[in-house]
Design a protein around this ligand. Structure first.
Ligand SMILES: [Zn+2]
Length: 99
């Protein structure tokens, strides 16, 4: 397979699919199923799965981590925004309180 360019941002989780290929003379018939790495993600409420070439796992892992970190950063910024808004509302109300 031609080398795959993994995008820099991905969401989902890496899983390992274990399956039987259907060939009667294969080791998977003797209880050693094939392990295929895959990316599981949800889209419009449905779980989807993309099987991956094993060599691409490290890059996929990095892209998943990058997404998680960006998400956490955004979450922290939004939390800070909420605290700031609450503080400003308190101050404004205190300043405008009738005496
Ligand atoms: Zn097999």
């Amino acid at each position: 397979m031609k080398s795959l360019l993994v995008p820099s941002l991905l969401r989902g989780s890496l899983i390992c699919l274990r399956r039987k290929c259907g060939k009667s003379n294969c080791r998977c018939c003797e209880g050693k199923p094939h392990a295929t790495p895959a990316l599981s993600y949800s889209r419009r409420g449905k779980t989807k799965i993309l099987t991956l070439p094993p060599g691409q796992i490290p890059k996929v892992r990095v892209a998943l981590k990058r997404y998680r970190q960006s998400q956490q950063r955004l979450e922290r910024q939004a939390d800070a925004g909420l605290r700031q808004l609450a503080r400003r509302l308190r101050q404004t109300r205190k300043a405008n309180r009738p005496r």
